[in-house]
Design a protein. Structure first.
Length: 423
């Protein structure tokens, strides 16, 4: 069974005040072309459809057009979408009941996660469990399963004490990563484990079980353009994904694995200059007797994100860098003195110039031994050692001596705590 998995479309996003809808439409067209060619059993959209909770009308029209074209490209294909932390679940759910007639399932209510979307293709069957981004209060009031018919994927009725969303304090031992117990889970880890208990009692033994979710699996690598969660409690235990044949995940913008069966498709486009050198696209997963096979299908962007560096004279020389004329560009000027209004002369070579940085305005980290600015090569490395060196230089500048004793120990402890929380 073939599944096409995309996430983090962020429709309506702007970058340095530049509207990216044209670039996003180009990427979505590549996905539609792949759907028409590959005819997957399902298209899984794992959250952050829009870039903000109230998207611009143009972004809504683009998503509407994408859904229509995807259905036309493969009428037999199911589409399952969940909201991410950027989306408004209530707004994304508009028309959901009607759209289900066209096999477009917009699953926006956490309490519906134990009611799967059933997909059949080529004699095979999959139960797709859709879990939206879980905000605080997602399962408030006991978090009972919504009043719906029992899931046909379940092999047997749940026994007392195993009903989905029962009070975790009464449902037996918590799953790994569940955090504390209590009637109302609050953190991402607790909410996710709560949902996994509900789904776990109803998994289909005679079908593939597929999860679609928007979350931060512990151990994942974040990118610059993501909206970071704060602290380790906002990460979920990747081992909870192991019970699924495939877990289609959203939130992290880089294609990567999350345990044995979890995959982040990444965003179809790079959304920062730091990500410009990374390949982006969507994930293609195939389930069969041999297990899971997954890969990144790359999308060539209409305009790539590029960084250039050099003196203004070289970057603005007539006819230079013709290969970058269609790309989005961030220029870093290495001139030792500030340059007034450099954008005007740079745009002759870089019509899509979005950012100009000047080395003359950048503060180099201090060298721990001499207190002097470090070499330019060290500007990008801002690890714990560089932070400690900056603090030592600041302390010496203000008090005439490096930090020592209890003061140094306290700063080291705070630094270690900050590093741990950011992992």
């Amino acid at each position: 069974m073939l599944l096409l998995h995309a996430a983090d479309l962020h429709l309506g996003k702007t970058l340095r005040e530049r509207d990216l809808l044209d670039d996003q439409a180009f990427a979505l067209e590549a996905i539609v072309e792949s759907i028409a060619r590959l005819r997957p059993a399902a298209l899984l959209l794992a959250g952050d459809i829009y870039d903000r909770s109230i998207p611009p009308p143009e972004a809504i029209r683009l998503f509407d057009s994408f859904l229509r074209r995807a259905v036309e490209a493969a009428p037999e294909m199911a589409i399952v979408a969940v909201p991410g932390n950027h989306d408004s679940a209530a707004r994304l759910s508009f028309g959901a009941t009607l759209l289900e007639r066209a096999k477009v399932h917009l699953r926006t209510r956490p309490e519906d996660c134990a009611q799967p979307v059933l997909v059949e293709s080529g004699g095979e069957r999959a139960a797709i469990w859709a879990l939206p981004f879980l905000g605080p209060g997602a399962f408030a009031g006991g978090g009972r399963l919504s009043e719906a018919e029992p899931s046909p994927a379940a092999s047997a009725p749940a026994r007392p004490g195993e009903l989905p969303f029962d009070d975790p304090a009464e449902a037996g031992p918590a799953e790994p990563g569940a955090g504390g117990s209590g009637p109302c889970p609050r953190s991402q880890a607790e909410l996710f484990a709560h949902a996994m208990r509900a789904i776990g009692s109803r998994l289909a033994p005679d079908s593939y079980n597929v999860l679609v979710a928007h979350c931060f699996a512990a151990g994942g690598a974040a990118s610059e353009s993501e909206r970071a969660f704060v602290g380790l409690s906002e990460q979920v235990d990747a081992s909870l994904l192991e019970r699924f044949d495939y877990a289609a995940l959203g939130h992290l913008h880089r294609y990567q694995a999350a345990g044995r069966s979890g995959r982040y498709s990444g965003s179809p486009l790079a959304y920062s200059f730091a990500e410009g050198g990374e390949e982006r696209g969507f994930a293609l997963a195939e389930l069969g007797p041999g297990g899971l096979s997954a890969e990144l299908v790359r999308i060539k962007p209409k305009r790539a994100m590029r960084r250039v560096e050099g003196a203004l004279l070289s970057l603005s020389a007539p006819g230079s860098f013709p290969e970058l004329r269609e790309d989005y560009v961030e220029a870093r000027l290495t001139d030792p003195e500030p340059v007034l209004n450099p954008s005007d002369s740079l745009r002759a070579n870089f019509p899509n110039l979005l950012s100009v940085r000047q080395a003359a305005f950048e503060i180099a980290p201090a060298d721990a031994a001499s207190g002097a600015p470090a070499a330019a090569a060290g500007r990008e490395a801002r690890g714990p050692a560089a932070v400690a060196a900056d603090f030592a230089a600041f302390h010496e500048e203000m008090r005439g001596s490096p930090p020592a004793g209890a003061e140094a120990e306290l700063f080291a402890a705070l630094l270690a705590e900050a590093e741990s929380a950011s992992l």
